[in-house]
Design a protein around this ligand. Structure first.
Ligand SMILES: Nc1ncnc2c1ncn2[C@@H]1O[C@H](COP(=O)(O)OP(=O)(O)OP(=O)(O)O)[C@@H](O)[C@H]1O
Ligand SMILES: [Mg+2]
Length: 469
């Protein structure tokens, strides 16, 4: 386990010639390091174990053995200081051997203060960088990145953009199907960036009634409208110094989009009913599971606002496009839910894994999460079998939902083989049927469909006024 390092890294000097040790200590005063000197291999081991130095300046000829032994020993002891080997003039081969054994650099006697300080500084910097790379690598090797599970190349590309976007103040526009992790993405950008100490304020534009939305974003003053019994701060002000996440942005009313555009351009907040305004420092991240350009073309989303917000686009891939991540996620959820529910599941049978991999996952990660949770809640055992999984729409021909389970009766007659049913109609039928099966319980219907309940409300709203098919 790495020990937190003090502000100044510690350099251990292993040199048996006392006057030389004194000289090197003197030289190292010019570097931003702390230095200690020991004179033998045995003392070096003891000091390294207790002090865990960041770098070791190592003389190879020591009274009780060869300095290289310390390099081997340190690796075995789980220590990883940067070794700089000091060799006598004419013994370059010893230096080469030391480098092969894992030393980072070498110095040939005699050397001056500047040479020593530069070498130590470089070795420490290289060690620092390689540790950062290692941490990132470990995070990925464990299958995760800031709340995301998944190592598929498509996701690694996403992580890279998140990393870059986190450092900037530009607006991020996240798109992706329902349940692909847009909110996870927004939080990751906030947490990874310099605003992490500020607030992350999420506002779901699809879940708030149209007439209350302006006040939700910008706040209101007492008496601004019926029910406004006191002043209220809006999301934009609460996010001052932090991040404002506008989720399901495409659901925002056109009239309010004008006000949002003004806010994006000026950073000025004007509460509803107030003639005072104030400037805030907010980073905006927005998300939608619609195709924003199609919304612009359909006249439901303002083009000028789109271009203002669409600065750093992040498109989250659908789960079915993430290859092996399906199993990585499934195992992660299985372990987490088994722990939560006190079950003993250790994994999946090969058939169950094959079914998970072949599924189309229209509700993406959220749907997978729900499928695993349901299986864990209802069953117990060591392995999740195929029979414990619900029917899942399969992507691949020949892997249709298993036959032994009776197919759910359809409320609408099956389409004639050459009939093409519009997607929107299929979706509407699926949602209505789910609500019916769940006895009108929208939340349950949403969970089983693998979407947010707000998605269902929104869809139903869009049907009102349309002729029933
Ligand atoms: N890569 C991932 N690893 C682990 N958990 C994930 C991942 N992606 C999503 N999730 C989980 O799946 C669920 C859905 O994610 P999230 O709410 O971010 O999706 P979304 O794209 O915002 O969906 P919607 O469009 O329906 O709002 C959450 O519980 C989230 O924690
Ligand atoms: Mg969401």
């Amino acid at each position: 386990m790495p020990v937190p390092e003090t502000a100044k890294p510690l350099v251990l000097l292993v040199e048996d010639t006392a006057p030389l040790a004194q000289l090197y200590l003197e030289y190292l005063r010019r570097a931003p390091v702390e230095a200690r000197a020991v004179g033998s291999l045995a003392e070096a081991k003891e000091a390294a174990s207790t002090l865990r130095p960041a770098a070791v300046l190592l003389d190879l000829e020591l009274p009780d053995g060869n300095g290289l032994d310390l390099v081997d020993w340190a690796r075995g002891a789980g220590l990883d200081p940067a070794f700089i080997v000091v060799t006598a003039h004419g013994s370059i081969s010893a230096a080469v051997e030391a480098m092969r054994a894992g030393a980072q650099d070498f110095l040939v006697k005699p050397f001056n203060a500047e040479r020593l300080v530069t070498t130590v500084r470089n070795a420490l910097e290289r060690r620092r960088l390689s540790r950062i790379v290692e941490t990132l690598g470990t995070e990925l090797a464990e299958g995760g990145f800031e709340g995301f599970i998944g190592t598929d190349l498509s996701m690694q590309a996403v992580y890279r953009v998140i990393d870059l976007a986190a450092k900037s103040r530009s607006t991020v526009f996240i798109t992706g199907e329902s349940g692909t992790g847009k909110e996870v993405c927004a939080e990751a950008i906030h947490r990874r960036g310099p605003r992490r100490a500020g607030a992350f304020v999420a506002l779901n534009c699809g879940a708030v009634p149209k007439e209350l939305m302006e006040s939700e974003i910008f706040g209101h003053v007492k008496g601004a409208f019926t029910g406004a019994t006191a002043d209220r701060e809006g999301a934009a002000s609460r996010a001052d110094g932090g991040t404002l996440f506008l989720d399901e942005l495409c659901e925002m009313d056109l009239a309010l989009q004008v006000k949002l555009l003004r806010f994006v351009q000026t950073g000025v907040v004007q509460p509803v009913g107030s003639d005072k305004s104030r400037k805030v420092d907010v980073r905006i991240i927005c998300a939608t599971n619609r195709d924003p350009l199609a919304e612009v073309e359909a006249g439901r989303f303002r083009e000028d606002l789109y271009y203002r917000l669409h600065v750093i686009p992040i498109q989250l891939p659908a789960l079915r496009e993430r290859g092996g991540d399906v199993l990585l996620l499934a195992r992660h959820f299985l372990a987490a839910f088994s722990r939560e529910e006190g079950r003993g599941f250790q994994g999946f049978t090969p058939e169950a894994e094959a079914r998970l991999c072949a599924a189309r996952w229209p509700g993406n990660v959220r749907q997978l999460q729900n499928v695993i949770r349901q299986a864990v809640v209802v069953h117990d055992g060591e392995l999740i079998t195929e029979a414990m999984l619900p029917d899942l729409d399969s992507e691949r021909p020949g892997e249709a939902p298993r036959a032994q389970k009776p197919a759910a009766p359809a409320t609408t007659p099956p389409a004639a083989s050459n009939e093409i049913v519009p997607l929107a109609l299929l979706e509407r039928r699926a949602i209505e049927r789910a609500i019916e099966i769940c006895g009108g319980n929208m939340t349950e219907a949403a969970i089983r469909l693998g979407v947010n309940v707000s998605t269902i409300y929104r869809k139903r709203q869009s049907w009102t006024g349309q002729a029933a098919e």
